[in-house]
Design a protein. Structure first.
Length: 218
């Protein structure tokens, strides 16, 4: 194994009532109000305060629906911006939280962090859950990178694909130590079908929000 660095959306909302329909009804309301005022009985005039209150309430509803329309446009614009930004990840090497990584051209990488010096057992499994590689080693406290060359313990070269890593660690007192792992790979595509863009690293899927680092691959 190669270890380095040790020790160191979208959804949019919509109004239930169309603002254009409300605007049309509002104009109709004004016409009816004007007609009633023109033809009211002089001996029994209408309560202008009541009509004024109705006018204010109706105008408030119309204004609120227009505001909702405006907010919906902002949400959609923000989603479009997020999607456009996600496309920019294609061809970049990203690091994200997780245990899966893509073996490509004899290289799969995971980053890890060990809180304390420990003896670590590394197991790598294929997509069917079969253990294809095992290794043990002493690691110091801190972060690092585990690089697998794609060969099993018998020296056979494994095919490209998605592999998972598990790292069990115990300290000098034989107490279990939690090891956090992250996956690293080059983005080959983006899936927009969900509520959040998903980056594709081969067949591995990484939520955009889970990305912790981005860099240009060497």
């Amino acid at each position: 194994m190669t270890v380095s660095g040790v020790g160191s959306s979208s959804s949019s909302s919509s109004s239930v009532i169309d603002a254009k329909t409300i605007a049309g009804n509002f104009d109709t309301f004004l016409q009816l109000l004007t007609t009633q005022l023109k033809n009211q009985n002089p001996l029994d005039p209408m309560d202008t305060n009541q009509f004024t209150q109705q006018l204010v309430e109706f105008s408030g509803v119309e204004q609120q629906l227009k505001t909702n329309d405006f907010l919906s446009s902002l949400v959609q614009a923000n989603a479009n911006t997020t999607n456009s930004n996600a496309v920019g990840y294609i061809g970049k090497s990203v690091t994200a939280s997780g245990v899966r990584s893509e073996l490509v051209n004899g290289k799969a990488q995971w980053t890890f962090n060990v809180p304390d010096a420990a003896n670590v057992t590394v197991n790598i499994k294929d997509a069917n859950g079969n253990t294809v590689y095992t290794e043990q080693g002493q690691m110091q406290a801190g972060g690092g990178t585990f690089t697998w060359d794609g060969t099993d313990n018998q020296g056979n070269t494994k095919p490209n694909g998605t592999y998972t890593i598990s790292m069990q660690a115990v300290d000098a007192e034989n107490k279990s130590v939690n090891v956090s792992t992250q996956t690293t790979g080059v983005v080959t595509g983006v899936d927009f079908t969900g509520t959040e863009p998903v980056l594709l690293i081969g067949t591995t899927r990484v939520n955009l929000s889970g990305v912790t680092a981005v860099q240009t691959p060497s």
